[in-house]
Design a protein around this ligand. Structure first.
Ligand code: NAD
Length: 484
């Protein structure tokens, strides 16, 4: 694969970057550069926002039944180029092809859900709230929506927002992660082929500075952010300062609680997939396994075994786990492991492939309850085992962390499951499920430090986020007088 240029795209055309600050894009499995990204200049960011705004002014007047037609075509071209998209994700992000295919499938599901916008956009109508008076509400597009995306799902995460924003009539500017711009570049080619009017969807490349220009731009009306909690909090504050509508999905430290009655083979396989899938770089990755009572010995053994035998290598080959995203990430995770080396019962720093940013799965055990590692998002293939005497103690631990993205329970007991789903203070709950990722017609939830805002991505939450609700009170009296 030769070096690829990364372009911006606005008003229906690819734009050769004008800037001079470049960043190399690497194939993480080989640690070789495959592309070069140029950070957008402020004038380019402005041009993309202006294009989105101008397009919005006419797009919002297009009937919703027509606005969804390019989404139907987009679904068809995404299906046609499904495999090429999955390969692009694996190339720049490192995850296995199976994982990349799963990611594109969820992106397509969001397009499918947004195709129902004529129905999703309906709102309330009360006839005769008083004599001759009807009252109803209309949902209208908010304006230009900016999407600020993380590196770990370059194909899926823009689609938690984009299909809904365009179907309700917004203009969109996407800023992909500066570490993985190639997938969005390919998606943009397909979006172009699907035939959206020029300017409705635009892509601008860069990092934090470009985010900040989008957040501050007066024509940008909403900010959808997904990334680490520190950045999410920062974006939330900056967006609020500029009076923007904002939704910020943050980081996570997800616990899975294992009761002694859980099925050992399926639970082990599912938890290992959750902890080590996507090399642990998933906001719904299990990173703490809480072994309750007698689950300690059998599940400790089976999880150690699953970690030690997981096949790691280039995501294009027949493996279960690819590399982490960068050399920086690899060293950061390695040094966290080094700081706890006495607690490593499976050490993933050993026997890694010679080239690329690889780590194998690691297991940490017997950390002190006050150890900050129990609360740190490692964002790598590391699972920490802890022991608790009862489900009450496990739930107390689940609810004591700062994050609230996901918590899962493995059991055969309906009673315990019901209690867990009621009491766990998180946005996404899994019962005998290791990655509780909501389908596109549910919101992708999140709580506490894992989410700042009110309305999430996907489904009806996204429809509400990208629209203003206008309430109309209308009187048609029998005769023109003030009398009712
Ligand atoms: P990141 O926070 O480094 O970057 C995310 C995006 O925001 C990038 O486009 C980046 O350029 C931009 N950015 C970074 N700092 C910024 C700032 N201070 N102001 C404005 N923009 C800024 O995240 P990442 O490393 O790309 O992604 C991994 C993180 O994302 C993990 O913490 C993971 O848990 C989280 N994540 C969360 C979810 C979720 O739904 N909760 C989903 C996926 C990933």
């Amino acid at each position: 694969m030769g070096m690829q240029d990364v372009y911006h795209y606005w008003n229906g055309q690819w734009r050769k970057p004008a800037g001079s600050t470049t960043l190399p894009i690497h194939d993480p499995a080989k640690a070789v550069p495959i592309a070069s990204l140029t950070i957008a200049e402020p004038v380019e960011v402005d041009a993309a926002v202006q294009a989105a705004h101008n397009a919005f002014l006419s797009w919002r007047r297009v009937p919703v039944t027509e606005r969804v037609q390019p989404l139907f075509r987009l679904k068809a071209v995404l299906e046609r180029d499904f495999e090429a998209l999955a390969r692009t994700i694996t190339l720049e992000c490192g995850k296995t092809l199976v994982e990349s295919r799963g990611e594109i499938r969820r992106a397509i599901e969001n397009v499918e859900t947004a195709c129902g916008m004529p129905y999703l956009l309906q709102s309330g109508f009360n006839e005769s709230v008083a004599p001759g008076i009807d009252e109803f509400s209309i949902r209208q597009p908010i304006g230009v929506a900016a999407l600020l995306c993380p590196f770990n799902f370059p194909g899926m995460i823009p689609f938690w927002f984009l299909p809904y924003a365009v179907a309700v009539g917004c203009g969109v500017v996407v800023k992909p992660s500066e570490r993985v711009p190639l997938t969005m570049q390919m998606l943009m080619q397909l979006i172009q082929e699907a035939g959206f009017p020029p300017g409705v969807i635009n892509v601008i490349n860069g990092g934090r500075d470009v985010s900040d220009q989008l957040i501050a731009h007066p024509l940008v009306r909403s900010i959808s952010f997904v990334g680490s909690s520190a950045a999410a909090r920062d974006v939330y504050a900056k967006a609020a300062q500029h009076g923007k509508r904002v939704q910020c999905q943050g980081g996570a430290k997800n616990p899975v609680v294992i009761l002694p009655d859980a099925d050992i083979d399926t639970a082990t396989a599912v938890i290992a997939d959750s902890a080590f899938g996507c090399a642990g770089q998933r906001c719904l990755a299990a990173s703490l396994a809480i072994l309750v009572g007698d689950a300690r010995k059998p599940f400790g053994d089976s999880l150690r075994e699953a970690a030690a035998t997981r096949k790691t290598g280039n995501g294009f080959e027949d493996v279960q786990m690819g590399p982490v995203i960068s050399g920086t990430s690899q060293s950061r995770i390695s040094s966290l492991l080094e700081s706890a080396s006495a607690h490593l019962t499976v050490d993933g720093r050993k026997d890694v492939p010679a080239e690329g940013y690889f780590l194998r799965p690691s297991i940490l055990e017997h950390l002190d309850e006050s150890d900050p590692l129990l609360r740190t998002e490692i964002f790598g293939p590391v699972l920490t085992l802890i022991e608790k005497p009862s489900i009450e103690d496990a739930l107390a631990f689940v609810n004591s962390g700062a994050y609230g993205n996901m918590a899962c329970l493995f059991t055969r007991s309906g009673d315990s499951a019901r209690r867990f789903r009621t009491e766990a203070e998180v946005g996404n709950v899994g019962i005998n499920v290791g990655v509780a990722a909501p389908m596109s017609f549910f919101p992708f939830s999140g709580a506490r430090e894992s989410f700042f805002g009110d309305l999430h991505g996907q489904g009806l939450d996204a429809v509400r986020f990208f629209t203003n609700e206008k309430v109309v009170v209308e009187r048609w009296p029998k005769e023109w007088s003030r009398k009712f």
